[in-house]
Design a protein. Structure first.
Length: 549
């Protein structure tokens, strides 16, 4: 390498090939001849080429799709190179995979080898699917392969993992099917309920008019009993189609399970050992207690039926967070925090065909008269109506585990929800005169009050309020007034209204702090007062308090 300068141009780097020649004189003196050949252009081109190659290689290595370059060798292919995604997809291969035959790396994938050979022979891009074992962590994977020929003897293979997508599609189809069946069942149940009401009522009329000794009495009784049983069935169908009226409350699953334990012991009999494993603290859920009991009971009874020779039924609870990493294995349950009830048995288990249909109404493997096939349909409906998820894990001969995920609520949210339940305590039917100059605030306050059942007379300033009051010839129970308004202040409006209507109660609203209002003498220290901005519940509670005070 030389640094050289042509006159008047900047210093630049040139690459020169030098040849030195030593020349020896006859008298033993020697000298050297140097011959230089400027090869800068060619060196730069080579450097550029190797940079481009490195770039290409880096991109190959980082391709997000597992990619393999194979070279044909006798009746198989040998792996020349694979990228990082390929190593992640089959970690068991490690870095030792390079140079090995496809037969060793992917045993049992002869079909894929044939497709690779076809792609090369016919010089066409071939697409196919394959299954392979991704090891204990990943399990069986399903991949979509794109095989591109690289003449004369190589193929480049992209492998896209579609396991999760295919499974999700299957789950979606299943959910759609359940939805359709649910709608049908709900419609049938609804119409049947009407018919059953008629049947039941007429059976009751008949029974009333028939002597208990009458030969027809028994027949009428049979009709009534069948009607009651049919009503039970339609109730279950309605549960499945999520058309039940829920009475949700904030529930502690540990308490629900705890209260059921004795009942379950009696119900399941002595051959079944019941074990409960309750997490010390499990987050609350919002659900209908009697329905959750029904869920647990149906699962427990199924467990018993699966253990005709006895066994163990385990009921456990825990709080579980589904984050991104666990979404992978249980993608049916979206990310979030859940309270989980698990019911497992050591019974006969079930195969894939039963598993695929078990939530369908009227699907049963039990003999005629033993099961209606509505137990799990009911469970499914209740869980869905409670915004939850149910998963099942079963191995024939080993046993079955049902997991019910219900969205956990934060303690504060639980309290908020209770407050909603207390809602009735802050309602009323009184008449309220609402004076507020700001239209948006007036509208919000008016809507809250109407929602709570009050009759509202709105006014946008003092003069309007006085006119409304004068024109209204029934009782006004309360005036709610802004404190600072153009024209009359709130205190003035209220004073003049109270002249018209002695004993009229008043609630002041203000955007100022109470201190300031008191200091400026806008409102007397004894007046009821609510600070803006206010929350709906605080506002309706304040209104109720003044009315009741
Ligand atoms: N724990 C379990 N172990 C093995 N198989 C089960 C289990 N739970 C349910 N099954 C299978 O699912 C089917 C449907 O259950 P489901 O509770 O809906 O109906 P059923 O128990 O047959 O009748 P019903 O509950 O209406 O009396 C059962 O017949 C059984 O084949
Ligand atoms: Mg059942």
């Amino acid at each position: 390498m030389l640094l050289s300068r042509t006159p008047d141009s900047p210093l630049e780097t040139r690459y020169v090939d030098l040849i030195y020649l030593r020349i020896a004189d006859a008298d033993g003196q020697s000298s050297v001849i140097a011959h230089g050949n400027d090869v800068t252009e060619s060196v730069l081109a080579t450097q550029e080429l190797s940079r481009a190659k490195q770039l290409l290689f880096d991109q190959f290595a980082k391709l997000p799709v597992p990619t393999y370059l194979w070279e044909s060798r006798e009746d198989d292919f040998v792996l020349l190179i694979s990228n990082e995604a390929a190593v992640r997809a089959a970690p068991s291969h490690g870095s030792r995979a390079i140079g090995r035959l496809s037969r060793d790396l992917f045993p049992g994938m002869d079909a894929v080898r044939e497709e690779m050979a076809t792609a090369l022979r016919d010089n066409v891009v071939v697409r196919c699917t394959a299954q392979f074992d991704g090891g204990p962590k990943l399990g069986m994977r399903r991949v979509e392969l794109t095989i591109g020929p690289q003449q004369p003897s190589r193929v480049l293979v992209h492998a896209v993992d579609t396991t999760a997508r295919i499974e999700l599609e299957a789950q979606l189809r299943q959910a759609q099917k359940m939805d359709a069946v649910g709608r049908l069942a709900g419609g049938v149940a609804h119409d049947f309920n009407n018919l059953l009401t008629v049947i039941g009522a007429h059976a009751a009329f008949l029974l009333e008019s028939l002597d208990s000794g009458d030969a027809l009495h028994e027949d009428a009784e049979a009709i009534q009993k069948a009607g009651i049983r049919a009503a039970g069935l339609t109730r279950q169908l309605l549960a499945f189609s999520r058309k039940q009226i829920l009475k949700p409350s904030v529930l502690d699953l540990n308490a629900v399970v705890g209260e059921m334990e004795n009942m379950l012991r009696r119900l399941l009999g002595e051959d079944i050992e019941i074990v409960t494993r309750l997490a010390p603290i499990v987050k609350s859920v919002i659900a209908d207690a009697s329905q959750i009991e029904q869920v647990i009971m149906n699962l427990a009874v199924n467990g018993r039926d699966a253990m005709p020779d006895g066994g163990t039924l385990t009921i456990s609870t825990q709080t579980m967070t589904i984050d991104e990493s666990s979404v992978h294995s249980q993608h049916i349950v979206p990310r979030g925090e859940y309270a989980l009830i698990e019911v497992s048995d050591t019974g006969v288990g079930m195969d894939a065909t039963v598993k695929a249909r078990l939530f369908e109404p009227f699907f049963t493997t039990k003999e005629l008269g033993k099961g209606t096939g509505l137990g799990l349909a009911t469970v499914y409906g209740v869980v869905k109506q409670s915004a939850g998820y149910i998963l099942v894990d079963s191995t024939p001969g080993k046993g079955t585990t049902f997991r019910v995920y219900l969205p956990a609520v934060e303690p504060s949210a639980a309290r908020d929800d209770l407050r909603v339940a207390e809602d009735s305590a802050v309602r009323g039917i009184e008449t309220i005169l609402l004076v507020e100059d700001e239209p948006a605030v007036r509208e919000i306050a008016r809507r809250i009050l109407i929602q709570k059942g009050y009759v509202v007379l709105p006014a946008s300033n003092g003069a309007e309020a006085l006119a409304t009051s004068a024109a209204f010839d029934s009782t006004i129970h309360l005036v709610i007034s802004d404190s600072v308004m153009p024209g009359m202040t709130g205190a003035e409006v209220v004073r003049r209204l109270q002249e018209q209507r002695p004993g009229l109660k008043a609630l002041f609203m203000s955007g100022y702090t109470d201190d300031e209002i008191l200091r400026r003498g806008i409102v007397s220290s004894t007046a009821a007062f609510i600070q803006k901005p206010f929350m709906r519940d605080d506002f309706s509670r304040a209104v109720r308090e003044v009315l009741d005070g």
